[in-house]
Design a protein around this ligand. Structure first.
Ligand code: NAD
Length: 383
């Protein structure tokens, strides 16, 4: 195995375009040994820092993801810190205030949220609300002249995503999406293997991401708040993975809904969905996502080799293998690295590797997948 320090170099990423937008994807250096990995590098944007000020983040929505992932991650970040909170629940405000030492002046509710414009401690607003609320709070944050990180999926319609981008442009603030896997070494390695064609031309991709929904009652199965079922929540990772494996956007999709075996829960959104994404040169990604199954893997097959991550999309415990051997990367605190990378790009005014434009691209793909499934598997072109 190569020593760690021989693997730390970041190669400049390949770029790919969607309309007029160019995304740069950071790639890890290639290691040719049998055993893969062991990188400890900073994100590309983090490495480019030339200022030291930690940016203040306010989390909007103190649910499961903020409580168990983002707030703990913000105790480890170097470029940003937990400066404020926005919550509709006074008891949560008290708990968080005590636990994270948040001053009263940095605690907001949904009614007085817009006053955050006057708060110099807050540089970034991180929207961690049910999907259908992302647009309203991103736009209000942009009007308050704060940079925004918005959770995935960016929005529940293409129109909302476009309005969000426009609001950020008009107010001269940056918008990044909470895509954490772009900052993870296993997934960065997949980007490199696929985009640099290190095992030859990619032939096909498979990605499944599912979990078992316990019961009814969650906003995730309420169409008005979620915008859709597992595709919006978990399947989006498969869409992303196929795109970043290839560094490309699909040209067409076909999809079909799965059987509903739990009609008490899945009255408004799909229980499961499978879809195929076609890329140029005939490369195909076969994907599946369900709220009634337990699956989590990403595979790629190329002319001269293959790779497999599994578990692939969860927060921790990732494992990977290629036709050359086991991947040996550390499991990192993805959310800490993600927010550090995003804060650095806001601070340095450099493009995010997960910009709002990427979120819009993905919403367009998600909507095309739903269009196809609703029309009985018709092939839908993506413009
Ligand atoms: P959650 O249900 O645990 O939390 C939602 C929060 O929104 C709660 O604090 C709730 O009080 C608040 N809220 C305000 N208005 C609400 C309303 N009308 N209905 C329901 N809740 C309301 O959800 P979560 O798992 O924290 O997810 C929040 C967002 O984060 C979603 O967009 C989700 O897709 C995203 N998320 C991303 C990841 C990731 O890995 N990037 C992981 C989990 C969740």
């Amino acid at each position: 195995m190569q020593p760690d320090n021989q693997r730390r170099t970041f190669l400049k990423g390949l770029t790919f375009t969607i309309g007029s937008t160019v995304f740069g994807v950071p790639l890890l250096s290639f290691c040719s040994s049998e055993t893969e990995g062991n990188t400890t590098q900073e994100s590309q944007t983090g490495a480019a820092n030339n200022q030291n000020r930690k940016l203040g983040i306010a989390l909007v929505g103190l649910g499961g993801y903020s409580t168990h992932q983002l707030a703990p991650a913000l105790q480890e970040t170097k470029n940003c810190y937990l400066a404020g909170i926005v919550t509709g629940t006074p008891s949560k405000a008290e708990t968080w205030k005590a636990k994270y030492n948040i001053p009263d002046k940095n605690i907001y509710n949904y009614q007085n949220f817009d006053q955050i414009a006057d708060n110099k401690d807050i540089d970034i607003i991180y929207v961690v609300l049910p999907n259908a609320m992302h647009a309203e709070y991103t736009i209000r944050a942009a009007k308050a002249k704060k940079h925004v990180i918005c959770e995935k999926p960016m929005a529940t319609s293409v129109e909302d995503a476009q309005r969000m981008l426009e609001a950020c442009r008009q107010n001269n603030v940056q918008l990044a999406i909470g895509y954490r896997l772009h900052f993870d070494p296993f997934h960065q390695r997949v980007m490199e293997l696929g985009q640099k064609q290190l095992f030859g031309k990619v032939q096909s991709i498979r990605a499944h991401n599912s979990f078992v929904m316990g019961g009814p009652g969650s906003w995730r199965v309420d169409r008005e708040r979620s915008g859709g079922g597992p595709l919006m929540d978990m399947g989006i990772y498969c869409v992303q993975a196929a795109c970043y494996t290839l560094g490309k956007t699909p040209v067409a999709v076909t999809a079909k809904f799965g059987e509903v075996t739990k009609p008490d829960i899945f009255k408004e959104v799909e229980q499961s969905i499978s879809w195929r994404m076609e890329f140029e040169n005939g490369v195909v990604a076969e994907c599946n996502s369900s709220y009634a199954d337990q699956e989590d893997f990403l595979e790629g097959k190329a002319d001269k080799g293959w790779w497999r991550l599994g578990p692939s999309f969860g927060y921790e415990g990732k494992e990977g293998e290629t036709s050359q051997g086991k991947m040996n990367y550390p499991n990192i605190f993805e959310q800490a690295r993600q927010m550090d990378g995003q804060a650095a790009s806001f601070r340095n005014n450099t493009p995010s590797i997960v910009p709002g434009e990427m979120g819009l691209r993905d919403v367009k793909i998600l909507m095309a997948i739903y269009d196809s499934a609703r029309s009985g598997g018709k092939r839908i072109s993506i413009s």
